[in-house]
Design a protein around this ligand. Structure first.
Ligand code: MLT
Ligand code: MN
Ligand code: ZN
Length: 296
């Protein structure tokens, strides 16, 4: 399996348009590499690709990834887009893919319903862009030789659909993880996850590679950095640090190559010489970056 990190950042990217935090400032001055928003491309043959989540930055991501370039006058090696939720950073890029090239969008009925109810997504010509409903725990094959099984992970509805009361650890079709296999190796992609219950930790033991929610280092990171009041938990994202955090909870996954993805611009692990990054590396994690190419 070939895996390209198209965007390692969380919603907003790095730098975020309205943010003057240390990381965003460092990205503007060239001290830190910028990150585009949350997206991954996967292929079994290096020719045909499936894109996991369509970020608002997809145009630039495709432009800077030779594997995504057209190989004919009109067309694309991208055969499908699979969505893990309806967040803006995961669906807005669909609007860029509107130029009359066929592909298939795979998502749960809950997430497809969001697209169907919003008339702007009707710009994707149904004669060319088919939408396939995927069911929890049922494998589908978006590319020959590749099987993907979506499964519910703790999470919430997209920000723009939140009502007065929000269950931030809901289990259902709104937030899914993906188990991806070519029959030989197993990749898990979980860019949004609110908690790591025992069943999920046990399940991830079979992963050869894990791309996991690296949004925040600490739950109150936005307050600490003065960028806002929202906690990671309220955003539906587990923190890295703490007894219930992903560093501790996944420390037993010694056979799995673990990489953080969907990294928020406030996250101190982005600082190359900081103690937080050193701690994550000491726990066996790698930190993804835009353009990173992985093989399984
Ligand atoms: C998230 O991952 O929490 C969302 O992308 C937030 C957002 O939509 O801004
Ligand atoms: Mn996001
Ligand atoms: Zn920032």
């Amino acid at each position: 399996m070939f895996i390209t990190i198209l965007g390692a950042g969380a919603g907003g990217g790095l730098p975020q348009w309205n943010c003057g935090c240390r990381n965003c400032t460092d990205a503007r001055t060239g001290r830190l590499p910028p990150m585009t928003q949350s997206s991954v491309a996967v292929s079994v043959d290096g020719v045909d690709w499936v894109v996991l989540n369509a970020s608002p930055d997809i145009r630039a991501q495709f432009a800077s990834s030779p594997s995504m370039h057209p190989t004919s006058l009109r067309g694309s090696p991208v055969r499908a887009v699979v969505l893990t939720n309806g967040d803006i950073d995961h669906v807005a890029g669909l609007l860029t893919l509107r130029e009359k090239t066929p592909f298939t969008v795979y998502a749960t009925s809950e997430t497809l319903g969001i697209l169907d109810r919003d008339s702007v997504f009707a710009v994707l010509d149904p004669a060319l862009v088919s939408k396939e409903t995927i069911a929890l725990d049922a494998a589908f094959s978006p590319l020959a030789g590749l099987q993907i099984t979506p499964f519910a992970v703790p999470g919430k509805v997209p920000l723009y659909m939140e009502g007065a009361e929000v269950d931030t650890e809901a289990m259902g079709e709104n937030t899914v993880g993906l188990r991806i296999t070519d029959g030989a190796k197993v990749l898990y992609y979980i860019p949004g996850c609110a908690t790591l219950p025992d069943w999920l930790v046990a399940r991830l033991g079979e992963a050869d590679m894990l791309l996991f929610d690296g949004t925040v280092w600490e739950n109150d990171e936005m307050a600490q950095t003065g960028t806002g009041a929202k906690t990671g938990a309220r955003m539906g994202h587990i923190s890295m640090r703490g007894d219930a955090g992903s560093l501790a909870r996944l420390s037993g996954l010694t056979q799995t190559r673990k990489l953080y993805i969907h990294i928020n611009n406030t996250n101190p692990i982005l600082q190359p010489d900081g103690p937080e990054r050193a701690e994550a590396l000491a726990h066996g994690w790698q930190i993804t970056a835009d353009g990173m190419e992985l093989e399984l």
